[in-house]
Design a protein around this ligand. Structure first.
Ligand code: R5P
Length: 302
């Protein structure tokens, strides 16, 4: 076995295989199940505990909820994988968590909260990670809690290339669904040309009910609009942004998100609101994961 090896976490099998192909390195897969009492079991599919000895091990496991496992199970699997790699005397453990669950719980919004994003990051470190890679984390400042090197990879180039080359979007207006997304939208707009216009809504979310309020008039009449956000969860933010863009006269609307979680009826909400397409990446494995992050991960791990 070569010096480096990828462990394909149950939640990121496709992305792990694609990344391994880019890097031309071997993959170890996992056996996993849930015990009758609900506990999570996972082991590497190896015959011998010595296979990881002195190896540089890259663990790829996303932590988004899917139909087969929720985020908590994905996180426990991840902790298990890091701990097992450590126990097997590897030389270095690189952990790639394409989508970091709980990343939106990075601040104290109401008294009594714990900022679980930072807690989760510390737990990843304490399991034995030597370095961490995430993709388009909701708020990169959360990574500062770590004492190991941590990198937030930017997927924008790959999403923009897909829209330009595959969907043939030309001269779009980039719409930022809220103030928090303006930096992302500005960076994204540059891939379509220096003078690509950016429009923004004002969004407020009720911290207790989660209800959002969005207002704003956009200069998008007759234009192709790309609404780019880090996460689509319930689809509420995106659907509201689409409705307002439609009202302002947008021609085509593309709902773009790094992490398209698409919980419950988010697809219907977004397409029903008038989007032509939903485009996501394979940080989350689902039918809209059209843009692979394997090249982005591989070029950073090389
Ligand atoms: C919030 O600040 C995020 O960037 C997303 O806009 C939000 O998490 C999306 O959630 P939902 O799809 O439930 O509106």
């Amino acid at each position: 076995m070569s010096e480096k090896v990828i462990i394909a976490g149950p939640a990121s099998q496709l992305l792990a295989m694609r990344t391994a192909k880019e890097l031309n390195i071997e993959v170890i897969n996992c056996e996993f199940k849930t015990f009758p009492d609900g506990e999570t079991y996972i082991r590497f599919n190896v015959d011998d505990d010595s296979v990881l000895k002195d190896k540089e091990v890259i663990i790829i496991q996303t932590t988004g909820a899917s139909s087969s496992a929720d985020q908590n199970k994905r996180i426990i699997q991840l902790f298990n994988m890091i701990s097992a790699t450590k126990r097997m005397n590897s030389k270095k453990i690189t952990v790639v968590v394409p989508y970091l669950a709980y990343s939106r719980q990075d601040k104290v919004f109401r008294p009594g909260e714990c900022m679980f994003a930072q807690t989760l990051l510390k737990l990843i470190e304490s399991c034995g990670a030597d370095e961490l890679y995430v993709i388009d984390i909701h708020a990169p400042e959360a990574l500062k809690v770590l004492n190991i090197p941590a990198y937030n990879l930017n997927p924008m180039k790959y999403l923009a290339e897909y829209l330009k080359n595959e969907i043939k979007v030309k001269d779009p207006v980039i719409v930022s669904p809220d103030k928090g997304a303006i930096e992302r939208s500005t960076a994204f707009a540059k891939f379509f040309g220096e003078n690509t216009p950016i429009e923004m809504f004002s969004k407020e979310r009720d911290v207790i009910t989660g209800q959002i309020k969005m207002v704003g008039e956009l200069k998008v009449k007759g234009k192709d609009v790309i609404i780019a956000d880090d996460i689509i969860s319930s689809g509420g933010t995106m659907a509201t942004a689409i409705q307002l863009s439609k009202k302002s006269g947008a021609k085509h609307i593309y709902a773009v998100s790094t992490h398209a979680l698409l919980i419950e009826n988010a697809i219907v909400r977004i397409l029903g609101a008038g989007a032509d397409m939903i485009i996501g990446t394979d940080t989350i494995d689902n039918p809209v994961s059209m843009v692979s992050m394997s090249k982005l991960i591989a070029e950073n791990l090389k």
